[in-house]
Design a protein around this ligand. Structure first.
Ligand code: NAD
Ligand code: LMR
Length: 311
């Protein structure tokens, strides 16, 4: 019974809308972009897939925020992606303006939506959407952890020659090269990963995961979209179904892990109210140090954002 708006009909936004339509779990998907014809074209193309793939989700493309009225969930993918040689943080001056403008326009037409931010630099763009929307902390959060964990799981599956489905893992921290994959919380069909792989090889996989986004930027000249789009759609699915699933997401920390007034990736339970519960793991000293390093990095980018807002 839900209406979902996806803002930004580029690589990631169009993928979110397309994957979501295939899941057949919401009534309507609105795909909005400042390039209205691009959004209309991608929505029409997806709708024409429906007879082949057997889904009935209505999907519409537009540049007009009036069409987004009454959205239950909004996924913000609007913004520029990085090019080779850039970091995600280099996108801040362009994307902060875009995310702030999008958030304001969304709130003019939907009263109390759940907002999932995808635009980079992710942790700080999620903070921007939170502050700018005035929505409660359980209603605004970011997608990164599902993607970063998926990369980690995929690399492990290749190395171990097992199904990626059998690999469960937790990854925390900011969506940047300081992210913190946690081998101590990684299992292969319930078996600790450390019993299945040599330490050196595991270290290599952790290092590759941290730079997983950059690897794809190097290969394609722009950033990834299939896995990111599927990850955001999975978050929408678990909110709509309210099925109690647990994922790492970028959420507002209000004392959890000893951190305050910051958005950072931690394991949470999603539900119809957005963030149902933040899960606090009993991290050891080394893991906590890595998380704090990541926190410090994100705080630096937050400072840049705050300075921009004060100008
Ligand atoms: N969180 C993550 O894990 C993750 C993963 C992949 C990409 N991203 C980020 O997502 C963003 C989008 O990436 P992409 O590959 O889809 O880029 P893209 O260039 O393919 O698409 C971006 C779209 O945003 C639109 N846009 C720009 N300003 C807008 C506005 N004010 N209102 C509405 N639409 C607007 C553009 O017209 C374009 O179609 C980037 O910032 C990228 O870094 C994040
Ligand atoms: O790497 C990027 O710039 C895009 C995204 O954050 C990703 O991890 O794929």
């Amino acid at each position: 019974m839900s209406k979902v708006t996806v803002v930004g009909a580029g690589n990631v936004g169009a993928t979110v809308a397309n994957v979501l339509a295939h899941k057949d779990i919401v009534n309507e998907v609105v795909l909005l972009d400042i390039q209205g014809d691009l959004a209309r074209g991608k929505a029409l193309d997806t709708w024409q897939q429906s007879p082949i793939e057997s889904f009935s989700t209505r999907i519409k493309g537009t540049e007009d925020y009036k069409e987004t009225a009454g959205s239950d969930i909004v996924v913000i993918t609007a913004g520029v992606p990085r090019k080779p040689g850039m970091s995600r943080d280099d996108l801040i001056s362009t994307n902060a303006k875009i995310v702030n403008a999008v958030t304001t326009s969304i709130l003019e037409h939907s009263e109390n939506p759940t907002i999932i931010v995808v635009s980079n630099p992710l942790d700080v763009m999620t903070y921007a959407a939170y502050v700018n929307s005035g929505l409660p902390k359980n209603k605004v959060f970011g997608m990164a952890g599902i993607l970063d964990t998926a990369r980690y799981r995929a690399f492990l599956a290749t190395e171990l020659e097992v199904s990626p489905r059998d690999i469960q893992a937790v990854l925390m921290g900011g969506h940047g090269d300081t992210m913190v994959p946690l081998p101590r919380y990684t299992t292969v069909a319930g078996i600790p990963v450390t019993e299945m792989i040599e330490e050196e090889v595991l270290d290599g996989i952790v290092a590759r995961t941290k730079k997983g986004g950059g690897e794809l930027v190097g290969l394609m000249g722009t950033s990834a979209w299939y896995a990111p789009g599927a990850a955001a759609a999975q978050m929408v699915e678990s909110i709509v179904k309210d099925d109690g699933r647990i994922f790492p997401c970028c959420v507002y920390l209000d004392g959890e892990y000893g951190m305050e007034d910051i958005f950072l990736g931690v394991p949470v339970q999603l539900g119809k109210e957005g963030i149902k519960k933040v899960i606090e793991l009993d991290l050891n000293e080394e893991e906590m140090e890595l998380l704090q390093e990541s926190e410090n990095h994100v705080r630096g980018v937050m400072d840049t954002y705050k300075e921009m807002q004060n100008k």
